[in-house]
Ligand binder design. Structure first.
Ligand code: PMV
Length: 363
């Protein structure tokens, strides 16, 4: 039986950041983090059985379903391909036990081709590791289910799906830490080995990404995770992040967007202060990032005079994320165009996490 599988996983944006590892080998985080799952900024991975072959093979072309749209094949270095394939092998090795624990039957795969594409342009300053490792994990595990349709039904079932998603998240984390937050949504809390959805009464948000820098960053996130340990501000960091994670959970539960905005601002400043003060100090901030932060800060503190509170955050990069209530997105879009005319920008809605989009035979 053919087990052609395609899965799609979105990226996520953390408001309380994962920065610093308690265990570098299995990507256990030094502190809890909380993120919003996105929807359109995503990666699609396709697994196609290759009769006669053994192991996984990377094919540098888009999955069939992604070819029609504006999806792009990532340009992976040899190291990038090796890391991707290593994780595919890790997922394949974990599949028998993971599936059995979730009441699903396992079927082995001899050899397979893997194709992948991102919905966002390469070099757009959007980290693709969260979405691509989540999509890869889900694809490889789904492909090992004897009945991929039963797998999909379990994944989508509100009751039985949650433990399967938690297992997939934990496996995915070993390939890329932040990918474990892309299996659920819209809000996810990750602590130690567990990433779980967080209850929220907050209205839906839109994430605008102001693309300050589109080229590859000088310090990758793995390097950042290790350099921050040498900062004098590292002391107390995990307590600060943990207490913000708890306060954020309360703010989401009580739909207090103003409090969400204040916490997110304090938190990304805290993470970037670690970068700026580590022994080998470094910074992702470009002059344009700083100009935008300065212009946005009064709106974060007191709200935009007409549009109210706004949530601002930055990851390990120069781009500025501006999260606003979806119902006000067109008005905010105009305000952001005024603030940064000519600056490229992406926008995305919140979402519910990784999904299988096709299983079985055929194109
Ligand atoms: O998953 P990694 O190792 O690429 O780390 C991501 C770290 C940040 O994006 C800076 C913060 C986060 O929690 O996503």
């Amino acid at each position: 039986m053919s087990r052609l599988i395609r899965a799609r996983a979105p990226s996520n944006i953390a408001l309380v950041k994962y920065m610093g590892k308690a265990d570098a080998l299995s990507n256990l985080p030094a502190n809890p983090s909380v993120s919003l799952t996105l929807s359109g900024l995503a990666t699609e991975v396709e697994l196609r059985p290759a009769p006669g072959a053994t192991g996984f093979h990377w094919v540098s072309e888009a999955p069939v379903s992604a070819r029609a749209g504006a999806w792009r094949v990532p340009t992976l270095s040899d190291r990038g391909v090796a890391r991707f394939l290593r994780h595919a092998e890790r997922a394949a090795a974990a599949a028998p036990e993971l599936l059995a624990d979730c009441g699903l039957e396992f079927a082995p795969i001899e050899g397979a081709e893997l194709r992948s594409a991102n919905s966002f342009p390469a070099g757009a300053g959007i980290a693709s590791s969260a979405s691509s490792f989540a999509a890869l994990t889900l694809t490889v595990i789904a492909a090992h289910a004897r009945d991929p349709q039963a797998f999909r039904r379990t994944l989508e079932s509100p009751e039985r799906g949650s433990s399967l998603r938690a297992r997939l998240a934990s496996l995915s984390r070993q390939g890329s830490g932040s990918s474990c937050r892309s299996f659920d949504g819209p809000w996810v809390r990750w602590e130690n080995a567990e990433a779980r959805p967080l209850r929220s009464r907050l209205e839906p948000l839109t994430d605008f990404v102001l693309l300050v820098r589109e080229s590859e960053k000088a310090v990758g996130s793995s390097e950042a995770h290790s350099r921050v340990l040498s900062s004098p501000l590292w002391k107390g960091r995990s307590e600060r992040a943990a207490s913000r994670a708890s306060e954020l959970a309360l703010a989401l539960e009580s739909a207090d967007f103003q409090a969400v905005c204040a916490l997110a601002w304090a938190e990304f400043q805290d993470m970037h202060a670690l970068f700026h003060s580590s022994a080998e100090r470094f910074s992702y901030w470009e002059p344009e990032s700083e100009r935008l932060l300065e212009a946005l800060q009064p709106w974060v503190e007191s709200g935009h005079p007409r549009l109210g509170p706004v949530c601002v955050t930055m990851d390990a990069g120069a781009n500025v994320h501006v999260l606003v209530p979806e119902r006000l997105a067109p008005d905010w879009e105009r305000a952001l165009t005024k603030l940064a005319p000519g600056l490229p920008r992406l926008s995305d809605a919140q979402g519910l996490g990784a999904r299988v989009i096709q299983e079985g035979e055929g194109e």
